[in-house]
Design a protein around this ligand. Structure first.
Ligand code: DOR
Ligand code: ZN
Length: 365
């Protein structure tokens, strides 16, 4: 059994004197905005903190064409509150049949920022995903040539593999061979959850990076069963043992540019989470920066938050850094139990908790 670790509290927090923090505006390098009424809520809330976001394409039907991505981008921009400056960076959903020309054209025209690889059956709306990466070799060749990033949901989908091992098995059976075949392909291993992934990324060359979510920095798998079944702590990849969380925290605050912010904020209706078959996904957008700040603060690394949140991501993607700034204040505030707009009710990450940090809204309108 792994040894339990000490919990960092305000009393042994080395940074507790820091009251304000102003950082360059951050971006979210992994985000679900959904569609329709949920899109309006999720876009508004995300754009309060983030200037740009990599928008996941796992709609129904998925975003597989340039035209579909342009139409979705228009819906996102249409959902923004008046005057809000926010850039959605669109992604293409890879399928077994995806056409390399469609992907190449979309990237060259500036519509697609990246492609998303969902192993078929691995997660929410991934049924149309890739059944075998050998089927998308022509697309990967093209992406490698044009410098287009591949974003990977790094889990094998097989029900024969224990759900807590699916990320580690993916590294060995899918990712390592793919990187050998495409050594110059830019790859982001999304929402990593294990010490194995941290080590894999550290050992790889500069073309491989990873995003880390706010929730995987705070919860371990106990959170799913704390006093009963906790559907709002359920996401994929599922949270792992405590020592994996420790490795993620060390990676996030290490200052290594291969690890950067991606919330994987994934809202589902409250009733779809609190169900006999609850959906995977944690809606972290409402207090994303605050949640990361809590972790960096506890780790004595508030001075490294800016690079993780606002510099390493754009550098990896080859995009300019944002010019504006956003402030965080040490000011206790309590998150609502639910966020409701019209018919849409969602439970945010940290629901009902009092957080020590509060982010100001971006001052752009
Ligand atoms: O928890 C998750 N939710 N993981 C994913 O990979 C997809 C996401 C969603 O779309 O709800
Ligand atoms: Zn996701």
């Amino acid at each position: 059994m792994p040894t339990p670790e000490p919990t960092v509290t305000a009393d042994n927090d080395p940074n507790r004197s820091t009251a304000h923090l102003t950082i360059r505006e951050p971006d979210d390098w992994h985000l679900h905005l959904r569609d329709d009424a949920m899109l309006a809520l999720a876009t508004d809330i995300t754009a309060r903190q983030f200037a740009r976001a990599i928008v996941m394409p796992n709609l129904v039907p998925p975003v597989t064409t340039v035209a579909a991505a342009e139409a979705y981008r228009d819906r996102i921009l249409g959902a923004l509150p008046q005057g809000r400056r926010f850039t959605p960076l669109m992604t293409a959903y890879l399928t077994d049949e995806i056409d390399a020309d469609e992907i190449g054209t979309g990237f060259e025209r500036g519509v697609f920022a990246a492609c998303k690889l969902y192993p078929a059956g691995a997660t929410t709306n991934s049924a149309a995903g890739v059944t075998d990466v050998r089927k998308i070799r022509p697309v990967l060749e093209r992406m490698q040539t044009i410098g287009m990033p591949l974003l990977v949901h790094g889990e094998v989908a097989s029900s024969d593999i224990d759900i807590f091992d699916r990320e580690a098995v993916f590294l060995e059976t899918v990712l390592a061979p793919m990187l050998r075949d495409f050594p110059a392909l830019k790859v982001v291993l999304e929402h990593i959850t294990t010490a194995d992934s941290v080590q894999f990324i550290q050992a790889a060359g500069p073309t491989l990076a990873a995003t880390i979510t706010p929730h995987h920095l705070r919860i371990d798998r106990n959170a799913l069963f704390e006093g009963g079944l906790r559907p709002h702590a359920y996401c994929l990849p599922v949270a792992k043992r405590r020592h994996h969380r420790t490795a993620l925290r060390q990676a996030a605050v290490s200052g290594d540019p291969k690890f950067f912010l991606g919330t994987d904020s994934a809202p589902h209706l409250k009733q779809d989470k609190e169900s006999a078959c609850g959906c995977a996904g944690i809606f972290s957008a409402p207090a994303a920066l605050e949640s990361y700040a809590l972790t960096f603060d506890e780790e004595g690394a508030l001075d490294r938050l800016e690079a993780f949140a606002s510099e390493f991501g754009p550098r990896f993607y080859g995009l300019p850094l944002n010019e504006g700034t956003i402030s965080l204040h040490r000011e206790a505030h309590t998150l609502p139990e639910t966020i409701t707009r019209g018919d849409v009710s969602v439970v945010p990450f940290h629901a009902g908790e009092t957080l020590a940090w509060r982010a100001a809204e971006r001052a752009d309108r």
